[in-house]
Design a protein around this ligand. Structure first.
Ligand code: LLP
Length: 420
């Protein structure tokens, strides 16, 4: 059992009550499968953990922007953290009310800011002085005052992978404390902005609560002189467990660490991974097994094009056969790799797997977050379909079909002429 939704049932890996192999048989592989039930349970758990505070959850769409997933989370009351015009568009398509959308991002374009203003997006997390001036000007032009949370870079090193740490002084994210102080002291220079919040996000997959505590303290110090600032957006970063024995701080741990600090404030959260990572799997088929250079390679039809996290961050994802191995089955170490022409094209190194033969199916676990959304068409690989097992646990739908070779060529066919 990996979690309440992803487990072996009668020897078959299942997503809720649906056998993953049945979905693979109908849709082919590689295929992403998500449990709506698990995503909603995760949302409920975060909500419950922060229940004693005036907390609002804005699901971070960058983790998994599937419309079906967004719709389910929005219907369950989540707002959305969007980081581009495209994500705002999706959030609106999924039924999010504009005022429940926060617009974050280190490089918002004028067109994106204008779009967000025109659609009455609830919050702008602002990250640099030029952006503040531009937003003020666009807010004046569109006649829509903008509600702003300044993003503080607290210069605090989060305990996580360097690629996803964002709160240290050397990162491109946020405003250093003295700049936040300066902007707040000159608020009246920006008559079309309402400075009502402060935002931090020190990294993703956070291994401890202490760094976040320190960042929140720094943020609270900065806003203390400004009673109009009553909202603290603590970002995302709640971790997921990628191995069965991994002990990571829970949403309850984060809530307990932050609650004493945040009493009286409105708290916004932007969780992504903790909502959707363990609700998703990527199912692949073994193509070949080859022994070479003292290693055994298991070559599958899934690759770094579908799931780039192992190649990009050396991230660990559990890989298991869809057919539960017999107790005590002999296992040997294999490198699970894909067909892409890159040595980095690895899904898992030195995995102790039972005898997997061509045609056998494997699942890469905890692939619901930063999986499909980071997929590419490298090597002209069509991106895989996405399947959602509904909240009833029994029925499932292909919520996005597999791309075709024609899809990949469509935008450059003779019909498309770039603007002169
Ligand atoms: N808010 C902000 C401002 C963020 O930058 C992020 C993630 C989140 C919220 C959501 O964080 P989460 O709750 O998911 O940790 N591709 C990487 C993760 C990149 C995270 C980027 N920012 C990975 O696959 O690990």
């Amino acid at each position: 059992m990996f979690n309440d939704s992803i487990q072996y049932q009668n020897g078959a890996l299942s997503v809720d009550a649906v056998r993953a192999a049945d979905i693979a048989a109908a849709c082919g592989t590689p295929v992403y499968i998500y449990s709506q039930r698990r995503a909603l349970a995760n949302l409920g758990r975060v909500r419950q953990a922060f229940a004693g505070m005036n907390a609002h959850i804005h699901y971070s769409a960058k983790a998994n922007a599937s419309l079906a997933i967004l719709r389910a989370l929005v219907a369950a009351g989540a707002g959305v953290d969007a980081v581009s015009g495209g994500e705002i568009h999706r959030a609106l398509l999924a039924g999010a009310r504009p005022e429940t959308i926060v617009f974050a991002g280190v490089g918002k374009t004028p067109a994106e800011l204008r779009y967000a203003l025109e659609h009455n997006v609830g919050w702008f997390n602002v990250e640099n002085p030029d952006e503040i001036r531009l937003l003020d000007q666009l807010a004046a032009e569109t006649g829509r005052p903008a509600r702003v949370a300044l993003r503080l870079n607290p210069d605090i090193a989060a305990s996580t992978h360097p690629h996803i740490a964002t709160g240290h002084g050397g990162a491109k994210f946020g405003l250093p404390a003295d700049m936040v102080r300066d902007v707040l002291a000159h608020q009246t220079d920006y008559p079309h902005l309402r400075f009502e919040g402060i935002h931090i996000h020190i990294g993703s997959q956070l291994h401890d609560t202490q760094a976040t505590r320190g960042a929140v303290e720094a943020a609270l110090n900065l806003i203390a002189p400004y009673p109009a600032i009553q909202t603290v957006n603590i970002g995302g970063g709640l971790p997921a467990a990628y191995t069965p024995d991994e002990t990571m701080p829970s949403p309850e741990d984060f809530a307990a660490a932050l609650k004493p600090l945040l009493a009286g404030y409105t708290v916004l959260l932007e969780p992504g991974r903790s909502i959707i990572a363990d609700a998703g799997i990527l199912v692949v088929t073994a193509l070949y097994r080859k022994q070479q250079a003292g290693q055994t390679f298991l070559i599958t039809d899934g690759s770094m094009a579908e799931l780039i996290r192992p190649a990009l961050y050396d991230a660990y994802h559990e890989i298991v056969p869809l057919l539960q191995p017999a107790e005590g089955a002999a296992r040997c170490p294999v490198d699970v790799v894909g067909p892409v022409c890159e040595t980095a094209d690895v899904l898992g190194r030195s995995r102790l797997l039972p005898d997997i033969r061509p045609g056998d199916l494997l699942a890469v676990l905890t692939a619901g977050a930063y999986g499909w959304v980071m997929a590419s068409n490298y090597n002209q690989r069509p991106r895989p379909p996405e399947v959602v097992v509904s909240g009833d646990g029994q029925t499932w739908q292909i919520t996005r079909r597999r791309e075709t070779w024609d899809d990949l060529a469509r935008l450059e066919e003779s019909g498309y002429h770039p603007p002169a």
